[in-house]
Design a protein around this ligand. Structure first.
Ligand code: NAD
Length: 289
């Protein structure tokens, strides 16, 4: 038997008198609470490091809607923390894949084909640049730092999409994560800003090519959130403060709110949305100053 969290009980209980439901009822509540039903859909989510990861916010929302989840973590070092989280989501399985390695991508999609046959949703929540590239001056960007940032953060979207497309036999939705620094200067974001600009362009090119297979490709431009990757960017605290002060909603966004938009993009509600960058940033991007 499972107890529902207090704040969620009103979603299924009339009058709020009962606090315990069967596992079956909990599953039903999950689907109803999201109002989007992804039962029978399989989602592959890349980029789970820990409970602060945007991938975790997205995975929870897709799971609530009934999707079967394949969740990918980068390497052996990440396995234990990611594995504990994955175990919390019934029916979810963990897979290891370093997206800078073509053999690992190939082996992953062979394993996914074997286990699931087809997939419907692909979430790419991965980025990396060597730490020194995000602290110093942009003009000192190294050739190797530029290569790594674009390889891991951009090329990987193309590579995993190529792996996923043959398994998206009934159409699909591919979602990646970007940031406003692709368009406007955000001090310290440096080479990662160029990678995000390239990523947003890759989304448009993939959307163009994959449209004929009814596969949609979109990016979510999230406001700053304190995650492992974001902590690598200098002055994250200043960014968070400025966003909260200047955005129309006067606060920062959280991982589950990004997850909610990913859920929408994954669902038929977004059936005519492709090639877009959607802002989930409390409105920060609309401000002139
Ligand atoms: P995170 O550190 O939790 O996630 C980044 C993930 O990328 C980690 O799981 C890491 O293991 C993975 N990764 C890095 N190199 C990899 C590789 N070679 N192979 C496989 N996986 C690899 O941080 P996050 O903030 O959740 O980042 C997810 C995405 O969201 C990134 O694309 C990031 O740029 C984007 N984003 C983050 C913010 C923010 O403020 N946190 C804002 C906008 C966009």
């Amino acid at each position: 038997m499972h107890c529902l969290p207090d704040e969620n009980r009103s979603g299924i209980l009339n009058g709020g008198g009962v606090s315990v439901v069967s596992p079956f009822a909990l599953e039903t509540w999950r689907v109803e609470s999201s109002m989007i039903n992804l039962a029978g859909k399989t989602a592959v989510v890349f980029g789970l490091a820990n409970k602060r990861s945007i991938a975790w916010g997205i995975a929870q929302k897709l799971h609530e809607a009934g999707a079967t989840l394949a969740i990918c973590y980068q390497n052996e070092r990440m396995k234990s923390e990611a594995g504990d989280l994955i175990n919390d989501l019934s029916g979810a399985s963990g897979f290891q894949c370093d997206v800078s390695n073509d053999q690992e991508i190939e082996a992953l999609f062979a394993a996914l084909k074997e286990k699931y046959g087809k997939i419907d949703i692909l979430v790419h929540a991965i980025a990396y640049a060597p730490p020194e590239e995000l602290k110093g001056e942009f003009i000192n960007t190294s050739r190797e730092g530029f290569r790594i940032a674009h390889d891991v953060s951009v090329y990987s979207l193309i590579a995993v999409s190529r792996g996923a497309v043959p398994l998206m036999t009934e159409g699909g939705s591919i979602i990646t994560l970007t940031y406003y620094a692709a368009e406007k200067v955000v001090p310290h974001y440096n080479v990662m800003a160029l990678a995000k600009a390239s990523l947003e362009s890759a989304v448009r090119y993939l959307a163009f090519e994959l449209g004929q297979r009814n596969i949609r490709v979109n990016a979510i431009s999230a406001g700053p959130i304190k995650t492992l990757a974001a902590r690598g960017v200098g002055a994250l605290g200043d960014m968070l403060k400025s966003h909260a002060e200047r955005s129309p909603l006067h606060r920062n966004v959280d991982q589950l709110e990004v997850g909610g938009t990913a859920l929408y993009l994954a669902s038929d509600l977004a059936s005519a949305v492709t090639g877009e960058t959607l802002y989930v940033d409390c409105g920060y991007n609309i401000m002139g100053y």
